[in-house]
Design a protein. Structure first.
Length: 626
């Protein structure tokens, strides 16, 4: 029964809002919305600690769903070590984001609708994580895509926000087409989409099918987890309220691609060509997004590009077959990125909606809790020991060094840039003097308890969360890797670096991060430099500020040609062909009707004649039949 409650509680919350949400007060709405997620979190803890204690994974078939010929697909759910980790992250951080939203969204007129969407989002994410086959996973996969559309465009009266929501929805559909093709290839070859059955059926003998299937599944992962070339929707997703940004970027939707590849790691192990592609795409995305983050001035856009970059590191780890290392960084990233986004929301709230870091400064004395937690999370993402991000990032870089020195250099440089632009963000936002208006400064204050409580919890997790995966030079017991070994035990053999080299790599990574921080300090604190105003940048700096104009390239090469084809289809196919057929069908009917109605003259003799002719025709037909 607990396993059903785990999934259904968030759906129950959504249904309550849908049926009686408008009659509920905001305080009651907040309690219900957060309470159902807390319930799911408690149940997740029960299963998680059960697995830690040695309990067996659970695979439940709820009912037979799709049956034809020799194909049978059931609606089932599965809780093993991998899904247990995701359950803890999704429901735990999801609960904190719900609590945060009580204070952050309190004055919004769509408060109840917002919580309804959040609950529905968590429901679909749980379905994605718990599905025991591709079809159930795909329901959750599409569900979180729908909810992201609703949440990104939550403030629908702003057309630019609607455009951002549509962009996210369309780009995810492109990736989802790849996901579907991969599913159909597996179904065609193995006659099943059940994960357990696939693990027993898949063999290297069907190498070409496996490479194609895993490639198309990776295309789906690129869409959902914002990898090159399907990453441009994620920065635009900042149009949604800040809790949405935290939910999408930290714990749920963007990690779906990572989860899917980890779930079918046994397929990717048999397709090393696809793994190599994943590693290259991940490394390229990490560096590409990091360079863009250096030049951004919107506090949420900086964090958005850092998310894309960090996701690249996760994919890079998966590409090397280090699946547990990818999961490790998913977990630590969830802690510090949720803290960073919620901290940015606290800042934006205090600044009256201002998001430009050039108009901030000196906020640490007004917002000590927000500053303290934001700084801890920044140290974590920068890879400074002993904060959480250091352990997971160091592990990925060490594996990269053993497999491919070029990719290691690219990832190390991307990590160095991360430390620079994150401390650029911290220094411009919280240090020096305030650069906003007098009215803004007069209203600066620390956020309320419902906002600061999640920040404190996430700050603590960002500080200590990395100790579940200690480096081999410090401890031989990597708890997370051991915990996940039943899922990844048959994976790619990941080479271990020797201890002296590992100390060297740790030293290089830490020194590089400290040099980046010192560089940011010298530029933005010691020299007091401010980022240039829009329009005053030139050359490569201007190109990076404009995000390499990738959106403009897509618009010119893809969007405009499609719109031209659409216009031609409307003018020629729709208006001339389709509408012409419909219109002329009506005209022909009218013309024939006008002629046939002349027969209705009212002359009884003519009617009798036609009746006799009809009878004779029937008799002739019957005689012919005899």
């Amino acid at each position: 029964m607990n396993i059903y409650l785990l999934i259904l509680l968030p759906l129950l919350g959504f249904m309550i809002y849908g049926l009686i949400g408008k009659s509920l007060s905001k305080s009651i709405s907040g309690i219900i919305g957060s309470g159902v997620i807390l319930g799911s979190f408690i149940i997740s803890c029960i299963y998680f600690f059960g697995l830690v204690g040695g309990a067996k994974p659970i695979d439940v078939k709820i009912f037979d769903w799709i049956c034809f010929n020799n194909i049978q697909i059931n609606f089932g759910i599965m809780i093993d070590q991998l899904s247990a980790i995701w359950l803890m992250v999704v429901t735990g951080i999801g609960f904190l984001i719900h609590v945060y939203s009580i204070g952050y969204m309190h004055d919004d007129e769509g408060f109840q609708r917002f919580f309804a969407y959040l609950n529905l989002f968590i429901f679909f994410m749980l379905l994605l994580v718990l599905g025991n086959n591709f079809v159930v996973m795909f329901i959750g996969w599409e569900g979180v895509g729908l909810c992201s559309y609703l949440l990104i465009g939550f403030w629908y009266k702003n057309q630019s926000y609607n455009d951002a929501a549509k962009k996210a929805f369309v780009m995810n559909r492109i990736g989802d087409l790849g996901f579907l093709i991969g599913m159909f290839l597996l179904l065609y070859k193995y006659h099943t989409l059940d994960f357990s059955a696939l693990q027993h059926s898949a063999t290297g003998a069907d190498h070409h099918i496996l490479v194609l299937a895993t490639f198309f599944l990776f295309v789906g992962a690129c869409g959902k987890s914002a990898q090159i070339p399907l990453y441009t929707w994620l920065p635009d997703a900042m149009a949604g309220p800040t809790p949405v940004s935290a939910l999408i970027h930290a714990a749920t939707m963007v990690t779906a691609g990572i989860f899917m590849i980890c779930r079918v790691n046994f397929l990717y192990v048999l397709a090393p060509e696809t793994l190599h592609l994943i590693a290259m795409v991940g490394a390229a995305t990490a560096l590409f997004a990091a360079t863009i983050g250096v030049m951004q001035n919107d506090i949420k856009k900086v964090l958005a590009y850092s998310t894309v970059s960090q996701l690249g590191l996760m994919f890079m780890a998966l590409g090397f077959g280090a699946f547990s290392s990818g999961v490790f960084h998913v977990m630590t990233h969830a802690f510090f990125k949720a803290c960073l986004f919620l901290g940015s929301g606290s800042v934006i709230h205090a600044m009256g909606g201002e998001q430009d870091i050039r108009k901030m400064g000196g906020l640490r004395k007004y917002m000590p809790i927000t500053f303290g937690t934001f700084l801890i999370a920044t140290l974590a993402i920068s890879g400074i020991p002993p904060f959480a991000g250091f352990f997971s990032k160091d592990e990925i870089l060490g594996i990269a060094f053993e497999h491919n020195k070029v990719i290691w250099a690219v990832a190390s440089f991307a990590s160095m840039l991360t430390a620079f632009y994150m401390f650029r963000l911290v220094f411009l936002t919280f240090f020096t003097s305030f650069r906003g208006s007098h009215d803004q400064e007069h209203h600066l204050h620390e956020s309320q308890a419902t906002v600061t409580f999640p920040l404190i919890v996430l700050g603590l997790l960002s500080a200590v969360g990395g100790f579940v995966g200690m480096p081999a030079v410090i401890s031989s017991n990597h708890w997370l890797k051991n915990f996940l070994s039943p899922v990844f035990g048959a994976g790619v053999e990941v080479a271990e670096v020797n201890h002296s080299m590992e100390w060297t790599l740790i030293g290089i990574a830490v020194v590089a991060a400290l040099v980046s921080i010192a560089w940011a300090y010298n530029r933005f604190i010691a020299k007091g430099t401010l980022p240039a105003e829009e329009g005053k940048l030139t050359g490569f700096a201007d190109l990076v500020y404009k995000k390499y104009m990738i959106d403009e390239v897509y618009n010119t090469m893809i969007v405009k040609p499609l719109l031209m084809i659409s216009e031609w289809g409307y003018e020629v196919v729709d208006r001339i062909l389709v509408d012409g057929i419909v219109v002329w069908t009506g005209r022909v009917s009218l013309l024939t009707g006008k002629q046939l109605r002349l027969l209705q003259s009212g002359n009884i003799g003519f009617y009798l004649l036609m009746m006799v002719v009809g009878i004779i025709g029937i008799l002739l037909y019957l005689l012919k039949a005899l």
